[in-house]
Write a protein that binds this ligand. Structure first.
Ligand SMILES: Nc1ncnc2c1ncn2[C@@H]1O[C@H](COP(=O)(O)OP(=O)(O)O)[C@@H](O)[C@H]1O
Ligand SMILES: [Mg+2]
Length: 291
């Protein structure tokens, strides 16, 4: 098509408005020409920002824990033991994850990595969105103290110190003043049902009571995440069941839990059960949270 001058395709109204109108007779008021061209005077562009409420954009919450290709090798003599091999794992707020697997499959190694008690030899680990691999030991300890409570199979209480002192200990590192430490430790022991054992030495407590003290110690810093490595492994059936009930209650109250267990009963209360074999999850997609 040949070039056509713009005037030749301009709408008639534009041409009419542009043409000089004949002078109005005296006493007659002419109506202003109706503008059909948006670029004529009087046209107000629609202000989309003013007339449309844009929904606030919020990113989905970051996982509390995210492991990416997480790896832990141990050098044993000339040999390398690959205890945790390139694991992808995401744990979201409020979840309860059970990790099962044969002895030696890497469960404790993995949980120690997740709890910042050990450093990976490969991969990345984000805790509450913080990339932990580049942190100094002090920064790591601070993050662990703030964000994570850890419960061990063997309780790891300090003998010769009362239940109250054991529970209050993490608050010393958090620089909480003594009066508040004792107040919060008392509240934590109350929460686990040991209000009447505050002054007891761990040696005078039953296994189940010791594990309750250990759980109170893990909770006293109000962590976002509770990690437990076979928390009922050293307990008889009755004490084990009551510890599980306590953990289930904490989860119902909103605590995020990752727990190693051999107990199908524990697995039943978990929102996800992950099987570990030779340092890897048997269902990597389930662990990574893709489904
Ligand atoms: N400190 C260590 N030094 C060398 N090898 C280790 C160490 N800790 C664990 N391992 C090895 O790593 C593998 C996984 O161990 P672990 O995480 O304790 O398994 P689980 O808790 O499932 O029984 C095992 O082969 C174990 O021997
Ligand atoms: Mg273990």
């Amino acid at each position: 098509m040949a070039d056509v001058p713009a005037s030749a395709v301009a709408p008639a109204s534009v041409v009419a408005a542009g043409a000089s109108a004949p002078a109005a007779p005296a006493g007659v008021v002419r109506a202003a020409p109706v503008a059909t061209d948006p670029y004529q005077a009087g046209y107000q562009p629609v202000d989309l920002q003013a007339t449309y409420e844009y929904p606030e954009m919020t990113a989905p919450p970051a996982p509390v824990l995210q492991a990416i290709q997480l790896t832990r090798d141990y050098q044993v003599g000339d040999e390398i033991v690959r205890a945790v091999r390139e694991i992808d794992l995401a744990v979201h707020r409020g979840e309860s994850v059970a990790v099962m697997g044969a002895s030696g499959s890497g469960k404790s190694t993995l949980l120690h990595l997740l709890g910042l008690l050990d450093r990976p030899t490969g991969g990345r680990l984000l805790v509450d969105g913080v990339d932990t691999v580049s942190l100094t030991d002090d920064q790591l300890a601070g993050l662990r103290n703030r964000a994570i409570g850890f419960v061990f199979q063997s309780f790891n209480l300090v003998a010769g110190e009362s239940a109250l002192e054991n529970v209050a200990a993490p608050l010393v590192y958090a620089r909480v003043r003594r009066a508040e430490r004792l107040e919060r430790a008392t509240a934590a022991l109350l929460e686990v049902g040991l209000a009447d054992r505050l002054k007891h030495d761990p040696s005078r407590l039953s296994g189940g009571q010791r594990q309750r003290v250990a759980i109170a110690r893990a909770l006293v810093t109000r962590p976002q995440l509770l990690l437990a490595d076979e928390p009922t492994g050293n307990l008889d059936t009755t004490a084990g069941a009551s510890i599980l009930q306590l953990l289930a209650q904490l989860h119902a109250d909103g605590m995020t839990l990752v727990m190693i267990t051999h107990d199908p009963g524990v697995a039943a209360m978990a929102s996800r059960v992950l099987q570990l074999t030779d340092g890897q999850f048997t269902d990597p997609a389930l662990a990574a949270g893709w489904m």
